[in-house]
Design a binder for this molecule. Structure first.
Ligand code: PLP
Length: 501
């Protein structure tokens, strides 16, 4: 949408920039190794060689053997595969899986799916630091337990669980142990032999590799069966011609892991510096991820009394990419399940921002970020206004000066009706709608959960719109706060704006 003089990317737990080395390897794969690795001529041998070299690199990065690595399309697929296979293999003889409420949705949603099919899932409590209770784990494993599924490093707070002990407890009682290691790889040494995992999942795009490729470690002898049926690829477990450029890119990213780990101390110093400066700049700030039991790139901060969506949009306005600690762009408008599980109130979760660093971040980047946070809290950034859902009553929705700009995705529009008399435009294509958005009105940007609308409001501000607001918690929040108004008026007289240019 906007171009900035300075860009600071502090959302490396969401995804990472692809390294030049990875791009080089992928380009070679695309240009020279396009053959089908299952064929026998030279072009294909180049492809099969790249495939096996990538497998060796992935295996080496976690101290596994190449035969224990299955390439998948994502860590989400790896998580689905391991958990679904384990359940189907042992059910109905055994039905229990033990996990925790701070897992990634790729685990939690899979477990919910299995619960509908007869699985019994026990969710362990976590403490304020996001660590599971090992005593509770030990006491909950019984003869019916198939597996314990526990992530190594949490994506939102960076909490590092004592996964070696958890695996030992699982094994002592005859259960398998699975770990989502997506956020651990490249941040901490991951040695699957020493940690004694049976299954573990990995993702290339979190370690400067490409998106759309993941890995599943399955220990020699641990049960696994075909999960995509067809050809013989991936030892017949995952059929389909391999995505050689992605897999080769994953391999190249794995080869760079020792270099990443070599910079761990520098990252830890940067994190310390950032935390110290945040505390000085915003004295009430609460750091959720300070200490040795947290990854040295992840800084989760509560800015009490602030609204994380507005702060996130303000930082984006300054070219700084961070992520909110709450996934509000949902129908339920629910704050982050991880932050709730560690004991934060809804209000605290909605005031939390996650900064996740990488090796290329400099002190200057962090100083710029701190300065921008300071400007925000001192009211020096262009201001956008917020409406709380309860404030959006009849006097506002029918005000002659108001122009409701609905930037929801089309699929969200199917599930909730819009504000009466509102105008629909596309969030990503907003610049094509500027001609139809009046400069002399009070623009109120609306989205489904309150995440996209502040970005739109800041964008309009940068385009010279004077009075710009957004609706906190979006339409989902408004429907909850004003059910009567929603019933009576939502969906009436909506206009679809036409894009231009
Ligand atoms: N597990 C964790 C802990 C993650 O952080 C992520 C990505 O956000 C995933 C799984 C999913 O990875 P992928 O994008 O490869 O499906």
């Amino acid at each position: 949408m906007l171009s900035f003089r300075r860009e600071v990317y502090l959302d490396n737990n969401a995804t990472t920039e692809i390294s030049q080395e990875v791009i080089k390897t992928m380009r070679y794969a695309l240009e020279k190794a396009y053959g089908n690795p299952s064929s026998l001529y030279k072009t294909s041998l180049r492809a099969s060689t790249m495939l096996e070299e990538a497998r060796e690199a992935a295996a080496k990065s976690i101290n596994a053997s190449p035969s224990e690595i299955i390439f998948t399309g994502s860590a989400t697929e790896s998580n689905n595969t391991a958990l679904k296979f384990l359940f189907e293999n042992f059910y109905p003889g055994k039905r229990k899986i033990i996990s925790s409420p701070i897992e990634h949705p790729a685990v939690l949603e899979t477990l919910a799916y299995l619960e509908n099919r007869g699985a019994e899932v026990h969710y362990l409590k976590v403490n304020r630091q996001g660590l599971i209770d090992l005593e509770e784990l030990e006491n909950s494993i019984d003869d019916a337990t198939i597996a314990v599924a526990c992530m190594y490093v949490n994506n939102e707070t960076g909490a590092i669980n004592d996964i070696k002990k958890a695996a030992a407890l699982a094994h002592a009682k005859g259960s398998y142990f699975f770990s989502d290691c997506v956020q651990a790889l490249g941040k901490l040494p991951v040695d699957v032999r020493e940690l004694d995992f049976d299954y573990a999942s990995f993702s290339a795009h979190k370690i400067n590799g490409p998106k759309g490729v993941g890995g599943l470690y399955v220990k020699q002898g641990a049960p696994i069966g075909a999960f995509v049926h067809g050809g013989h690829q991936e030892r017949g477990l995952r059929a389909g011609t391999e995505s050689i450029h992605n897999i080769a890119g994953f391999g190249a990213a794995c080869r760079a892991i020792p270099n990443k780990l070599g910079q761990a101390n520098r990252l830890a110093e940067l994190k310390k510096y950032f935390i110290k400066n945040i505390r000085e700049t915003v004295p009430g700030a609460v750091i959720n991820s300070d200490g040795l039991q947290f990854a040295n790139n992840t800084i989760s901060v509560i800015f009490p009394g602030s609204n994380n969506e507005r702060l996130m949009a303000a930082l984006d306005f300054k070219g700084i990419s961070v992520s909110a600690g709450s996934a509000c762009n949902t129908q339920e408008n629910a704050p982050s399940h991880v932050l709730k599980a560690i004991g934060l109130t809804d209000e605290e979760a909605r005031s939390t921002i996650r900064f996740s660093l990488n090796e290329r971040i400099t002190i200057k980047d962090l100083d710029y970020t701190i300065r921008s946070i300071d400007e925000y809290f001192r009211g020096k950034l262009p201001s956008i206004n917020m409406f709380k859902p309860a404030q959006l009553d009849e006097s506002v929705i029918f005000s002659k000066d108001a122009f409701f700009l609905d930037v929801r995705y089309n699929y969200d529009r199917k599930s909730l009706k819009g504000i009466p008399n509102s105008f629909e435009a596309s969030f990503y294509g907003i610049k094509k709608y500027l001609h139809a958005i009046p400069k002399d009105k009070n623009i109120i940007a609306i989205c489904q959960g309150g995440v996209n609308s502040p970005f739109t409001a800041y964008y309009l501000k940068s385009k010279g719109y004077k009075n710009v607001s957004f609706l906190m918690y979006g339409l989902a929040g408004w429907r909850i706060a004003q059910p009567g108004l929603y019933e009576k008026y939502a969906g009436r007289n909506i206009t679809k704006l036409e894009p231009k240019g």
